[in-house]
Ligand binder design. Structure first.
Ligand code: SF4
Ligand code: SF4
Length: 480
């Protein structure tokens, strides 16, 4: 009898403890979601917290036989979930994913879009690639990024974008420079350790080293006055790749003007880190070149992937372990001996992308494919349509970024999301379960989150800017 009473009391306490844990866990999720501006997730987590606590409290106060059944159900459920989280099912095969040909930068959309109609470059390009002409002319006929005529035009936000892009443009001149005549001998481990940490100190998030391969390097220059069409030879043996974080809150309103303000800012941040690194290396007596927006000689996502920073996902961007695709990339190539990191042996992202397709479902221009990867230039990958994507940007006047904003890997780097990321790396069951939960908490087609409140919305009166100083908007004030 005494043992039965002890067991009964223990069961009651266990149910109450599990109820409290579940309640506070879900309360934590609600609080985190509130800070992230995720209204739907906040409401659902609060409701789930109350429901879970009520259910388990009722079970704890129920007659002993009910308590026993509830205890067994909770215990078996917990064991099943723990076992499934540890089972490595559903791992995708990486397959052949090394491109067999070099890409000509002249063929990428940014290079094509900057061709001036009537110029010799324009005539030569479309004589060789007539299939691109009609679509590119259509893109050129649209208002364009930053245009006051564009659908998402926002004067103040576009002015900030111009400020950032003009700085990146100025920095493009300084990607290379003279090398110090005296060479400092540094063991590769020491140089790698130092450069990795100094890059982080200057603002990089993740840093990796790859051995430069021919498929990393464009075959011909596609942008740059006077050098357009020149063949590229880059014999730097090592490439240091890094990421900088795109602000979560600025990406929330996508597809809207704050996105291009943020991406232009992060191009500046990546350029600053890359230029300083390259300058530092050259001052030690080794050649080094920074690769920054508008002046790349390498394909940054491929270099970053081979430097162990992540995997290329369905949307064609690098998926990093801690921020998913919500990053911008920078690269420095050099002949300073470094220790390569090599690729991450973790195809869990490929498995997740295979079952997820959330970016494809949310892409307004239908530029992201559903289904399996296909063979492109000898490598397996998802083939996105950069032309329709870029055309959409040119009608909006801003980067879109919807794919980046809705991706389940893009959540902030917080404890709760990190637990999910850890489980996703380990278990195919976790990937399937968390994908469903992501759909439930954030929506299969998530609503855009509001921009930070200091950013004026399109169409707001100029008087809005005075509100924080206690003044009311003037009547007939001009609009943005
Ligand atoms: S949204 Fe889903 S399918 Fe698309 S990149 Fe992210 S994880 Fe992959
Ligand atoms: S940026 Fe927008 S249009 Fe382009 S692929 Fe992503 S979701 Fe689609």
């Amino acid at each position: 009898m005494g043992a039965y009473v002890d067991l009964d009391q223990s069961l009651t306490l266990a149910l109450l403890a599990i109820g409290a844990l579940t309640f506070f866990g879900l309360l934590g999720l609600a609080f985190t979601s509130l800070l992230e501006g995720e209204r739907r997730a906040t409401g659902l987590a609060l409701a789930a917290a109350v429901a879970a606590a009520a259910l388990l409290t009722l079970a704890a106060l129920a007659p002993p036989s009910v308590r026993l059944v509830a205890g067994v159900v909770v215990a078996v459920g917990a064991v099943v979930i723990l076992v499934l989280l540890a089972v490595p099912m559903g791992k995708a095969e990486r397959g052949p994913d090394v491109p067999q040909v070099r890409v000509d930068e002249r063929t990428i959309m940014f290079a094509r879009a900057s061709l001036e109609p009537g110029s010799p470059e324009y005539a030569a390009y479309y004589a060789a690639h007539p299939q691109d002409m009609e679509g590119d002319d259509r893109t050129r006929s649209l208002p364009g990024i930053g245009s006051p005529e564009a659908a998402k035009a926002n004067r103040l936000v576009f002015a900030a974008m111009e400020a950032s892009f003009s700085l990146t443009e100025a920095l493009r001149e300084d990607v290379d420079g003279p090398v110090a005549s005296e060479k400092l001998e540094i063991p590769p481990e020491v140089a790698t350790h130092y450069l990795r940490n100094v890059a982080r100190y200057w603002g990089a998030r993740n840093v990796g080293v790859a051995e430069t391969k021919s498929y990393h390097v464009y075959s011909h220059v596609g942008r740059g006055t006077g050098i357009y069409g020149e063949p590229i030879t880059l014999d730097h043996r090592y490439a240091l790749a890094f990421t900088v974080e795109m602000d979560f809150h600025m990406m929330g309103p996508s597809p809207d003007a704050p996105v291009v303000m943020e991406s232009s800012r992060q191009y500046v941040e990546a350029s600053k880190v890359a230029l300083q690194l390259a300058w530092l290396v050259r001052s030690l007596g080794y050649v080094a070149r920074a690769h920054i927006d508008g002046n790349y000689r390498v394909i940054a996502p491929l270099v970053a992937r081979d430097a162990g920073l992540g995997e290329i996902g369905r949307m064609g961007l690098l998926m990093t372990p801690d921020l998913g695709p919500r990053v911008r990339l920078g690269v420095v190539t050099t002949d300073l001996p470094l220790v390569p990191d090599g690729r991450i042996v973790d195809p869990s992202v490929l498995d997740f992308c295979a079952i997820c397709e959330k970016c494809a479902d949310n892409c307004p221009s239908r530029s992201i494919p559903r289904g399996d990867r296909e063979m492109v230039a000898g490598a397996l990958r998802w083939r996105i349509n950069p032309d329709t994507c870029f055309r959409y940007w040119n009608s909006l006047g801003t980067d879109c970024g919807r794919c980046m904003a809705v991706c389940p890997y893009s959540h902030p780097d917080t404890v709760l999301h990190d637990i999910v990321r850890y489980a996703n790396r380990r278990s195919g069951f976790a990937r399937r379960a968390t994908l469903r939960l992501d759909d439930v908490f954030y929506g299969r087609k998530p609503a855009a989150r509001p921009a930070p409140d200091w950013i004026p919305a399109r169409g707001q009166t100029i008087g809005f800017l005075h509100r924080t100083h206690g003044r009311t908007p003037e009547k007939n004030a001009p609009t943005l």
